[in-house]
Design a protein around this ligand. Structure first.
Ligand SMILES: Cc1ncc(C[n+]2csc(CCOP(=O)(O)OP(=O)(O)O)c2C)c(N)n1
Ligand SMILES: [Mg+2]
Length: 658
C-alpha cells in the first residue's frame, strides 16, 4: 500500500493517523464491553475505518454526512463528545435519542450528521433532498451518503441515483463494498463486475478507490468534493474493502473462507498505516504507544461519565409529547369576500397562496410542472414560480419522499403530489419509517405534506380507486387529513403546509369536479383535528368523512323524519374525539360510515372508542357501514356493489328503528 502523497506533510500524516486510530481503539473497547455483557449489540467497522475517516476529513465541517452502521469514524472525526456517544449506545438521556433508538440510528444538526434508519436505502434519497436544498439556496456544498454493497440492491438506491443524476445534485454516493451483506457474498448480491458500473448506467461519474488506504481516500475524495461543489452533480465512489468481523458481533464469520480473511487481515488499513508511519520516520514506536494510551485514557474517561449516568426514567407525558414537533397554530380565519369554487380549484388556490406565503415551499410530483398534473391542480404554477419550485419528478416515489425529508432537514417545506394515492405504496417505507418517526427519534421535523388523490366511484379499478388512509392512521407520527368540502380543502391544506409535521392529505377524486362551495378568497387556515358538525340532530349520530359525507347528506335529505347529527371528521389524526363523544351521548345511537373496506379501517377504532367512552349512553349497538372486503372492481355494477354508499340507507333505517 502506498501512503506517500505529494500534498501531505508529516503533520498531515500524523493527523490522519490519529484520526484512523481513534475509531479502532473505541471499537476494541466496545468489543470488551460486549463480551462483559455491558453493551447490547455492536456492528463492527474494523477494517473499514479508512473510508469513514477519509471521507469525513475530505468534507467541510458544515457539509452533511449520512453514515451507516459501520461508520464510527464519521462520528469521531466530527468530534462528537465521546461520553454522549457512549450514552447513546447505552440508551441514556445524554445520548442523541433520549433512549428511543439504538446504536448509530440518530442524526444531529449540530454535527451535520444524519444517521441511518435500519432500512438502509432511504437515506440515499434523503441525501438527494439535502443536496437539492443546497442547490436551491445556491450554496456550494457537497453531501456524502454511505451505503454497503448489499444496500445497492434496494430499489431506494436506484431511485436515489436516478433522481440525483436527473437533477444533477451534488451528492457523493459512497459505497462500501466489503464483500458481504450479512452472510450474503457479493456474487449472490449483484451480477455486474463493479458497483461503480451501476453509476455509469445512471449517467454519473463513477470511480473505484482502495477502501483500505486512507491517504488515497482522503486526497481523492477531497478533490471530487471540491469539483462537485463548483459544478454540482452526483458522483458514485465504490470503496473496495472488507468486513473483518461478523455482520454484528453475535453472528460470527464462519461463512468467510479463511484465506480471504487472512488476505484482508494483511491489508488492514490501520496496521498498514502504522507501519508506514514508523517506516517513514513520521512517528517512533514510543510516540505511537503514547498516542494510543492517550486515546485509550480519553475513551475510558468518557466511558466512566456515561457509565455513571443514571438509566433513563420513563415519563409517559414526555414520550407522547415528542411524537410530533410542537408548534403553535395561529388560526387565520376565513374572511369575506368568498366565491364559489370546485373542490379542485380550492386545492389549487391553497397551493398557490401557500407558495406565495412560504418562500421556502416547493412542490414535487410526476407531471406537475408544465403539464399541470394529471388532475390539472398545479396548472400554471410552474410558469409562475419556476420549475425549480414546481418540480417534475421521475417515477421514483420512494426517493422523492426521502428527498422531501432531506429538504426538511435543510429547512425547506415541501408538498409531494402522489399522482394517485394508490401509488403511495411505492413510497410507503420512507413515510412510515422515516418521516413518521424522525421527530420522536431525534427531534428532527419532517415538514412535508403528501397529497393523496384517492377514492372510488369513478370506475377506475383496483389501482386507481383506493382510499388507504388506514395505512397511515395506524402509524404514530403522521397527521392524516381528509376534507369533504372546497372550503375545508383550502383551509386544511394551507394549515397542513404550515404544520411542520408530516401530513397525509387525502383528496377524493370524485369530489374534484363534482362539488362546488363558497370559499374565502384570501389565504386562511382551518385547525387540524377539529370535526365539523354538518347537521345537528337528536336521533342518530352519523360519523363519516370524505366523499361519504356527501353520500350521507343525500340519503338524509330523503329522510326528514330522522333527526340525524352528521359529523364530518375532516381530520383523522389528530381525531376530534370530544365532538364524537358529545354527539353520541346526546343521540344514543352511532353509525359510522366509511368508504374503505371494513376490517382494520377507521370505523372499527371509532366504534371501540365510542363503546369505551359512551357505553352508558348507547340505546343501540354501534353500526359500522363499510365497503366489501375485496379489491375495488372496475365495472360500474360491481363497483356499486362494492361501495358502502349503497348500503348506507338500509343500515341507517335499521338503526333508526332499533
Ligand atoms: C430493507 C432491509 N432489509 C434487510 C435488512 C437486514 N440487514 C441489515 S444490514 C444487512 C446487510 C447489509 O449489507 P451491506 O449493505 O453490504 O452493508 P454491510 O453490513 O456489509 O456494511 C441486512 C440484510 C435491513 N436492515 N433492511
Ligand atoms: Mg457489505
Amino acid at each position: 500500500m502506498n501512503f506517500h502523497h505529494k500534498s501531505l506533510s508529516k503533520a498531515d500524516h500524523i493527523e490522519l493517523f490519529k484520526s484512523i486510530l481513534k475509531p479502532r481503539l473505541i471499537e476494541e473497547k466496545m468489543l470488551v464491553l460486549l463480551r462483559q455483557g455491558k453493551l447490547s449489540k455492536w456492528f463492527s467497522g474494523i477494517g473499514q475505518e479508512a473510508i469513514a475517516v477519509g471521507v469525513t476529513k475530505a468534507m467541510h465541517s458544515d457539509e452533511y454526512i449520512l453514515p451507516m452502521h459501520r461508520n464510527l469514524g464519521v462520528f469521531t472525526e466530527r468530534k462528537l463528545p465521546l461520553d454522549r456517544l457512549f450514552s447513546q449506545w447505552q440508551g441514556k438521556q445524554n445520548g442523541f435519542t433520549k433512549g428511543r433508538d439504538r446504536s448509530f440510528h440518530f442524526g444531529t444538526q449540530e454535527f451535520k450528521i444524519i444517521g441511518m434508519i435500519s432500512h438502509l436505502g432511504p437515506q440515499l434519497g434523503v441525501a438527494d433532498g439535502i443536496a437539492l436544498a443546497h442547490k436551491l439556496k445556491d450554496e456550494a456544498a457537497a453531501t456524502a451518503v454511505f451505503t454497503g454493497e448489499g444496500g445497492t440492491s434496494e430499489g431506494d438506491f436506484h431511485e436515489a441515483l436516478n433522481v440525483a443524476s436527473v437533477w444533477q445534485l451534488p451528492v457523493l454516493f459512497c459505497i462500501e463494498n466489503n464483500g458481504y451483506g450479512l452472510s450474503t457474498p457479493v456474487e449472490e448480491q449483484f451480477k455486474c463486475e463493479h458497483i461503480a458500473d451501476k453509476g455509469v448506467g445512471y449517467g454519473m461519474e463513477s470511480l473505484i478507490i482502495d477502501g483500505n488506504n486512507i491517504v488515497e481516500i482522503y486526497t481523492k475524495v477531497k478533490d471530487i468534493a471540491e469539483r462537485v461543489r463548483q459544478n454540482p452533480r452526483p458522483v458514485l465512489i465504490e470503496f473496495k474493502t472488507f468486513r473483518r468481523r461478523g455482520h454484528e458481533e453475535a453472528s460470527g464469520t464462519k461463512y468467510v473462507p479463511e484465506d480471504v480473511m487472512l488476505k484482508w487481515e494483511q491489508l488492514d488499513p490501520v496496521d498498514n498505516y502504522e507501519l508506514f508511519m514508523l517506516e517513514s520516520g513520521f512517528m517512533s514506536r514510543e510516540e505511537i504507544s503514547v498516542l494510543k494510551s492517550d486515546l485509550q485514557n480519553d475513551i475510558n474517561t468518557h466511558l466512566k461519565i456515561a457509565n455513571e449516568e443514571q438509566d433513563i426514567e420513563a415519563n409517559l407525558e414526555v414520550e407522547l409529547a415528542d411524537v410530533y414537533k410542537p408548534y403553535d397554530f395561529i388560526p387565520q380565519p376565513p374572511t369575506a369576500p368568498t366565491k364559489a369554487l370546485r373542490f379542485v380549484d380550492a386545492i389549487a388556490e391553497a397551493l398557490e397562496q401557500s407558495m406565495d406565503k412560504h418562500k421556502n415551499l416547493i412542490i414535487m410530483g410526476q407531471d406537475i410542472a408544465d403539464y399541470g398534473g394529471v388532475f390539472k391542480i398545479t396548472d400554471g404554477l410552474s410558469a409562475k414560480y419556476g420549475k425549480h419550485r414546481v418540480r417534475n419528478t421521475p417515477i421514483c416515489e420512494s426517493a422523492i419522499v426521502s428527498a422531501a425529508m432531506g429538504l426538511s432537514i435543510k429547512g425547506i417545506k415541501s408538498v409531494v403530489e402522489m399522482q394517485f394515492g394508490d401509488f403511495v405504496s411505492s413510497g410507503f417505507n420512507p413515510i412510515v419509517n422515516y418521516l413518521a418517526k424522525v421527530h420522536y427519534r431525534w427531534g428532527q421535523q419532517a415538514d412535508v405534506v403528501i397529497r393523496m388523490p384517492c377514492g372510488a366511484g369513478v370506475g377506475a379499478g383496483p389501482f386507481h380507486s383506493q382510499t388507504n388512509e388506514a395505512w397511515f392512521t395506524k402509524t404514530p407520527g403522521l397527521k392524516v387529513v381528509y376534507p369533504s368540502s372546497p372550503q375545508d380543502a383550502k383551509g386544511l391544506l394551507a394549515a397542513a403546509i404550515e404544520d411542520p409535521n408530516p401530513v397525509m392529505f387525502f383528496e377524493h377524486k370524485a369530489l374534484y369536479r363534482s362539488i362546488r362551495g363558497d370559499v374565502a378568497e384570501a389565504y386562511f387556515t382551518l385547525e387540524l383535528g377539529k370535526a365539523n358538525v354538518v347537521e345537528q340532530g337528536t336521533d342518530i349520530s352519523v360519523i363519516t368523512y370524505g366523499a361519504a359525507v356527501h353520500w350521507a347528506t343525500d340519503v338524509l335529505e330523503k329522510h326528514p323524519e330522522i333527526s340525524a347529527e352528521l359529523i364530518d371528521l375532516r381530520s383523522l389524526c389528530p381525531l376530534d374525539e370530544d365532538t364524537i363523544f358529545e354527539s353520541v351521548r346526546k343521540t344514543g345511537k352511532a353509525l359510522i360510515l366509511q368508504e374503505d373496506s371494513l376490517f382494520g379501517g377507521l370505523a372499527s377504532d371509532l366504534s371501540a372508542l365510542i363503546s369505551e367512552h359512551c357505553f352508558e349512553y348507547l340505546d343501540a349497538p354501534i353500526k359500522r357501514v363499510a365497503s366489501l372486503p375485496t379489491p375495488i372492481p372496475f365495472a360500474k355494477n360491481l363497483e356499486n356493489q362494492y361501495l358502502s354508499q349503497h348500503k348506507f340507507e338500509a343500515e341507517l333505517m335499521s338503526l333508526y328503528r332499533y
